[in-house]
Every structure is written in C-alpha cells, then in structure tokens.
Ligand binder design. Structure first.
Ligand SMILES: Nc1nc2c(c(=O)[nH]1)N[C@H]1C(S)=C(S)[C@@H](COP(=O)(O)OP(=O)(O)OC[C@H]3O[C@@H](n4cnc5c(=O)[nH]c(N)nc54)[C@H](O)[C@@H]3O)O[C@H]1N2
Ligand SMILES: Nc1nc2c(c(=O)[nH]1)N[C@H]1C(S)=C(S)[C@@H](COP(=O)(O)OP(=O)(O)OC[C@H]3O[C@@H](n4cnc5c(=O)[nH]c(N)nc54)[C@H](O)[C@@H]3O)O[C@H]1N2
Ligand code: SF4
Ligand SMILES: [Mo]
Length: 716
C-alpha cells in the first residue's frame, strides 16, 4: 500500500516541503508539498532526485577499509576501533594539530552533523580545522561579527515585503537562494514585480535571475566593493543617508566613501557613473528596499570589504532591521541566544566566534571562528615540522573537486599517515581515505533545520521524522561521530558512554532548543515543542521577520558598528587594485567566474541519471567577440590555462557573459581513477578547481578568491 509522508528536503538552503510516497521500502515519488506553508508545493529537480539517492547502488552502506587500491567491508565496531586507534597514534606521535578536519557543505543540512558532528569534530583540540566556509560565506560571517557582534547574526533580505531587491553576486534562480532561505524564490521575486516593485541584478553574467529582472548591470568581476563605495559616496554627497539605529562609525564610513566618486568607479566597474547614482538613489529613496549580496560578491579578492559594504549600505539607507529591508530572524531554535545557564547552543557545540586570534603555521593566515582558511590546507599538509598535518578527517566534503588546487591537495592526501572520510560515496576525495564511514541515507534520518531556519525570510519550523527506519547495519552521521568522540575522549569506557548517549539522539537537542527558544515556553501554553511539530507534518509558520534591534545586537555597546577598523585598514589594498585595473590591457587574458545550475549540487549529485541527463552542463560560456578573436567554435572544445595547468571543455558562445569574462561551473571532473560513481563517471566534465590558484585570496578575511582569476583561453 503506497503511503505519503511530509518532510523537509535537506539538499539545499531552500528547505522545501516534500511529499514522499513510498511503497514498502521503495520510493514511488517525491513531489512538492502543497500544504507546506513556506514552500507551498514548490520543488526543484534535485528535490525529485532525493528519491534516487536512497536506492543509488553506488551509495556505500557499510564501512570500507582500503588495502592498497582494494576496498574491503568492515563491521562498524571494528571500523570505529580502527579509526580511533589510528587517530590516537598520530596524536601521540605528532601532537593534536597533526590531526586535521575538513567539513563540507552538507553539514549545514544535517541535524546529526550539526550537533554530534560538531561536538566530535570541533572538540578534537586541533588548530587544523577547515571547512567550506572559507570558500563561501566567511566574509558575511566576518561582517556580522564585526558589525553586529556575532558571526551568526547574518541579516537576510525581507524579500516578501520589499519593493526593490538589488542583487549582487547571487543567482537565486539557479541556487534557490543562499543566506536567504526562500523556497520558490522565483515566485517571490515575481511577486515583487507584481506589486509594482523592481528587481535589479548586478552580475558579470546575465544570469537566470538577471534575465527576469527589471534591470541588469554587467559588472567587472571583483569590483563590487568599488561599486558599493561609489554608491555610498553618492548617498552621502546627496544627503540621502538615514541611519535609523544607534551606530558608530558614520563619520569614518563617509570619509572612506569620499575617495570613491562614481566617476572614479565607472571605468573600474564597467557601470556608468549615472547608473551608479541612479542605483544608489533608488535604494535610498524606496521606503521598502534591500541590497543583497552573495557568493559572487564574497569569494573574491575584496570579498571582505564587499560583504561589509552590503550591510553598511543597507544601514545607511535606513534598510537595516526594517520591513522590506535586511532583517534579523527569530528562529524557533536560536543558535546564539543563551539556553539559560547552559550557554548558547552554538557555544555548547564548539562554535567559537572570533577572528585572527591566531594564524596558520606556514603562511600566517588568520583564524576565523576557530577555523583556518582552506587556502592554508595544502601547505599545512606539505610543509614538514612540528604541527604538520599527518592525519585527516573529512566529513561531508569533497575538497578534491571543491577547493582550488584540487590535484595538489590530492597528492598530499595520498601521503597522509591516516585519512578517514565520513561520506556516503567513494569519490574523488574519499578514494584517498584509509577508512570510509558511510552514513545512512537522507531518507533514513530525521531532520530539523537548525542552520537554515536561522536565515529564513519567514520564521518557520518543521520537524521531519525519518521516512524509512535505518537498517540495523547502518549508522547515522551522528552515531558515527558519537562513537568516535566517546572512544577518543573516554577510551575504554567510550563504548558504554556512546551507548548511553545514543539513546538521546539529536532529537533531545531539538526538543530542548524549541522549549527554551523564543517561540517555546515563554509563549505560554501555546508555545512550540517537539510534540507540537510532530503533530504538524507540513511545518508551522511563525510569522514574518520582526524588528530585532538593538536587543539582538551582540556588540558590547549595543550599537551597529558601521566602520570597523579591520575594513578601514584594508581600503589601501582596494586603491592598489584600482590602480592595477586601470592598466590592464584588454585582450591579455580573460576573467573567470563560476556558475551554478539547478540540476547540480556542488560536486556530489552527478551520480543521479535524472539530474545529469540532457545537454552537457560543464561548458565554458564566452562572449561572441572573445570567441571570434580566438577562433573558438560553439560546441567545440576550448583550452583554458593558468600557471597551474589546463583543462579542455566545450565552448558555449553567448552574449549573456560580458566581454572579457568566461564562466565555468565547479564540481565536475568525475573521471578520476578509483572512484565508485558509475553515472557521474560517464558524464565527467572537468574540474575548474584544477586550474584555479589557491593562493588567490582575500587577504583580509582569508577567503578564497574563486571569482576574478585570469585565464588564457585558446583553441586546442
Ligand atoms: N570554483 C569553485 N569552487 C567552489 C565553489 C564555486 O562557486 N566555484 N563553491 C564553493 C562552495 S560555496 C562550497 S559550499 C563548496 C562545497 O564544497 P564541499 O562541501 O567540499 O563539497 P560538496 O560538493 O558539497 O561535497 C559534499 C560531500 O558530502 C557528501 N555527503 C552528501 N551528503 C552527506 C551526508 O548527509 N553526510 C555525509 N557525511 N556526507 C554527505 C558527498 O558525498 C560529498 O562527498 O564548494 C566550493 N567550491
Ligand atoms: N542548483 C544548485 N544550487 C545550489 C548550489 C549548487 O551547486 N547548485 N550550491 C549551494 C551553495 S553551496 C551555495 S554557497 C549557494 C550559492 O548561491 P548564490 O550566491 O546564488 O550562487 P551562484 O548561483 O553561484 O550565483 C553567483 C552569481 O555571482 C556572479 N558573479 C561572479 N563573480 C562576480 C563578481 O565579482 N561580482 C558580482 N556582483 N557577481 C559575480 C555569477 O555570475 C553568479 O550569477 O548555492 C547553493 N545552491
Ligand atoms: S530547492 Fe533545494 S530544498 Fe527545494 S527541492 Fe530543490 S534542492 Fe530541495
Ligand atoms: Mo556554499
């Protein structure tokens, strides 16, 4: 008998409600849940493919140990014992910092990894803690820390109530939104236009989002900070500034912007001075307006400055913490509000806010939130001496494809004394592991979105029990992490403690978090609890975002810091870039940017026939003039080279990218030997990170500059 259950899709930040119909142990279909109050029936192709991950024959079900190039299955307890022993040995011989950790993106979508996973991985006491954060949202977190006092206080656009949405470096129509949990974002953007508002996109490519916008400006990659300073320049010069919250640094911000007239910015950014003024004026004079910036704006050489300026422009135009502007959420489980005497959930799990309190051993890169930037990983693996990495734990990450300099990292992985990967696939990264510990499938685990509810455009809450019971011989991510944590912490007593703690599970944390959270006990009898959520399978809507300032601020003086010193000190570097940009002769090289596609999910969902069918997606987009100048033919291969090597991939000629810019997606390159990815290996594509320079970083924040690197493009 087919039955239908209602769950949250854990594959991206949109948190769509899905209706999963099963028959016995088979998935019959995955559709959008029309009754989910937040996503209202929307689902993307990846959501449909959720049902394909579960039966995927390549998905590992049992621990695997590698002997040379051969893999053998191992019993769970033996695998845990082996991993704990090897980690202990490396620590005993070389110290705690010799064991490194890399956590990847699916961590954010996994209740078990966000709770027990953090407990295990963040409390190993190693300085060599890495994650995808430093190829992603780190600049936003740094700005939240510097300006609002806590790295998790990233403000989100109140997209459902705004009349002007200015979008820099994001393509929500492909990505489904990021640090803006907004399922069915296409409809939400369309609704802005339907109520007479406007959507303006600033992007080096006429992206899917730009194509539906009211206005699109091509911007030279990497110049967002210059554009934003010029907008501020005009806002102050025209007397349009309106700071509505207690703030410090207005004078310094004005002084910083004074050097960046729209006339100076125009030739650098490629946007006319009149257009910069018009954009700034529109933002400042539209009562309900918001400026939103995301990954294209922050993973670049000046991403730190740009992320700061996004918040600053909103604050200076009266759009911070106001309806239709950039707002703070009131999540049902609040990661940063103290849970009584326990402290905050984030702190309990080892999240440690701070910046540049120490730096990396080899090249002195700054720590952020207890982590080092991934651009330090290769050198920390390769450089001998005390503190050199000798063992690596990867969890839900695929650095071989997702980090610039992937091949160099892979060479270093192959030299490790020990490597263990908590991952369901034998892929480009995990093929180097000595042991792989595969978690149960996403349909076998429960879900509450601890992370993304805190960045949602409405306050919502939903609990999803597991769709299928996990088989007796499978383990959840959290069970794997708990087993290792207790063995490493408690030695012989560890197995008993793991068994005892194992009866609680992440549900206990959700239950406590909900009761002590802002919608729980303090709302009286009607307050939220886990039992209430269980009884509401489609989720509950807790209302629109509410003004939270100044109470929500975590700065010591309870003010918004508009001009933190770290940013002012970095402005000289922007001057230097501007001087250089002025002198680059056109035709020397092309500027590389990335691209996401609705049917991809970084590097790991290409093993699903449903998602990889159709036209080849790993292509290079190039402007017709640039293609003609190089004799490139649509559909034929191009050779794209840097000092680190070359890749060849099909050309797609289109004026949707600006002149001088090429766009290549990441997450491909599935033809490495020794993986077990039958479907992906047949449509491998190439990995753009093979040729990107890991040394290209935003030196302020340590974030990798994925966008804006120069490549040579030729006909092979
Ligand atoms: N050139 C370029 N590079 C980029 C980017 C770019 O735009 N351009 N984007 C960057 C960004 S934003 C990010 S977030 C990173 C992503 O970088 P990563 O997080 O390193 O890579 P993913 O491709 O997300 O790989 C996820 C891994 O987790 C495994 N996995 C999936 N689900 C689970 C689970 O439930 N539990 C466990 N334990 N494992 C699981 C998958 O098998 C896969 O191995 O890539 C970055 N790299
Ligand atoms: N389908 C799908 N969805 C995803 C993912 C995926 O791989 N596939 N990945 C998920 C992850 S990990 C993340 S972090 C989010 C990211 O979500 P988004 O931030 O929306 O990411 P993108 O879709 O890559 O959009 C980035 C845009 O920035 C533009 N850009 C590049 N360089 C510059 C620049 O210098 N300045 C400006 N202004 N724009 C620039 C690019 O052309 C692109 O249109 O998406 C998530 N959602
Ligand atoms: S948009 Fe994201 S959350 Fe929604 S169905 Fe697609 S992958 Fe899942
Ligand atoms: Mo990301």
């Amino acid at each position: 008998m087919p039955t239908t259950v209602y769950r949250t899709c854990p594959l991206c930040e949109a948190t769509c409600g899905v209706a999963i119909t099963t028959d016995g142990d088979q998935v019959v279909s995955v559709r959008g849940d029309e009754q989910d109050p937040f996503s209202r029936g929307y689902i993307c192709p990846k959501g449909t493919a959720l049902g394909d991950l579960h039966p995927d024959p390549d998905r590992l079900r049992r621990p695997m140990v590698r002997e040379g190039t051969a893999w053998r299955e191992l019993a769970w307890e033996d695998a845990f014992d082996l991993v704990a022993r090897r980690i202990r040995e490396v620590r005993a011989a070389h110290g705690r910092d010799a064991v490194a950790v890399y956590q990847g993106n699916p961590t954010a979508h996994n209740l078990g990894l966000l709770t027990y996973g953090q407990l295990f991985l963040r409390t190993l006491g190693t300085k060599n803690l890495y994650s995808a954060t430093s190829v992603d949202q780190l600049p936003h977190m740094l700005a939240a820390l510097q300006m609002f006092g806590d790295q998790l206080l990233m403000a989100v656009p109140d997209i459902d109530r705004t009349d002007l949405f200015v979008c820099l470096g994001a393509n929500p129509l492909a990505s489904n939104g990021s640090i803006m949990t907004a399922p069915d974002v296409k409809r939400r953007l369309g609704a802005i236009q339907e109520r007479g508002g406007r959507v303006i996109v600033v992007d080096p490519r006429r992206s899917e989002t730009a194509a539906r916008a009211d206005q699109h400006h091509f911007l030279r990659p990497g110049t967002d900070a210059i554009l934003l300073l010029a907008m501020l320049h005009h806002i102050f010069a025209a007397g349009l500034d309106r700071v509505t919250h207690p703030a410090t640094g207005i004078v310094e911000l004005r002084a910083a912007a004074a050097a960046w007239s729209p006339e100076r910015a125009a030739p650098l950014t490629g946007i006319a001075a009149a257009d910069i003024r018009a954009l700034a004026t529109a933002l400042a004079t539209t009562p309900r307006a918001v400026l939103y910036g995301r990954i294209g704006l922050c993973t670049q050489a000046h991403g730190g400055l740009a992320a700061w300026l996004v918040y600053a422009v909103n604050a200076v135009t009266g759009h911070l913490d106001t309806t239709g502007g950039l707002m703070f959420t009131t999540p049902a489980i609040d990661p940063i509000e103290p849970l009584g005497p326990l402290g905050s959930l984030a702190a309990l799990l080892g999240f440690d806010g701070g910046f540049a309190r120490w730096s990396s051993r080899v090249s002195g890169k700054p720590e952020f939130g207890g982590e080092l930037p991934v651009t330090a990983l290769a050198e920390e693996l390769e450089t001998p001496g005390p503190g050199q990495i000798r063992a690596l734990i990867t969890s839900a990450g695929n650095p071989a494809l997702s980090l610039p300099g992937g091949p160099r990292l892979e060479r270093a992985f192959a030299q490790l004394d020990f490597m263990v990967s908590i991952d369901p696939y034998l892929n480009e990264t995990t093929r180097h592991a000595h042991v792989i510990l595969p978690p149960a499938s996403p349909l076998e685990r429960s879900h509450y979105d601890l992370a993304l509810n805190a960045f949602a455009v409405r306050n919502v809450a939903k609990y999803s029990p597991a769709t299928f019971a996990r088989p007796a011989d499978a383990r959840h991510d959290w069970e794997i992490c708990l087993a290792l944590w207790t063995r490493l912490r408690l030695g012989g007593a560890g197995k008993l403690a793991a068994a005892a703690l194992g009866t609680l599970g992440p549900e206990a944390i959700v239950a406590i978090g909900l009761r002590l959270g802002p919608h729980g006990l303090r709302r009286g009898r009607g307050g939220l609890s886990l039992a209430k959520l269980v009884a509401q399978p489609h989720g509950v809507d807790l209302g629109p975002l509410e003004p939270r300032l100044p109470g929500r601020l975590a700065t010591a003086d309870r003010r918004v810091h508009l001009a933190p010193a770290v940013y002012l000190a970095d402005l000289a570097r922007l001057d230097a870039t501007a001087a250089q940009l002025g002198t680059v002769a056109t035709g020397q090289g092309l500027v590389l940017i990335g691209r996401r596609h609705l049917r991809s999910n970084n590097s790991w969902m290409h093993n699903t026939p449903r998602l990889v069918k159709g036209p080849v997606r790993c292509t290079m987009l190039i402007h017709p003039d640039d293609a003609a100048a190089r004799g490139l033919v649509d559909g034929a291969p191009a050779r794209v080279a840097t000092a680190r090597g070359a890749i060849e991939l099909p050309v797609e000629i289109s004026d949707e990218v600006m002149r001088g810019v090429v766009s290549i997606p990441h997450g491909w390159g599935h033809d490495r030997a020794g993986t077990r990815l039958g479907v992906a290996a047949a449509v491998p594509g190439v990995s753009v990170n093979d040729i990107l320079d890991p040394a290209a970083i935003d030196t302020l924040s340590g974030t990798t500059a994925l966008t804006g690197q120069i490549v040579e493009v030729t006909s092979p």
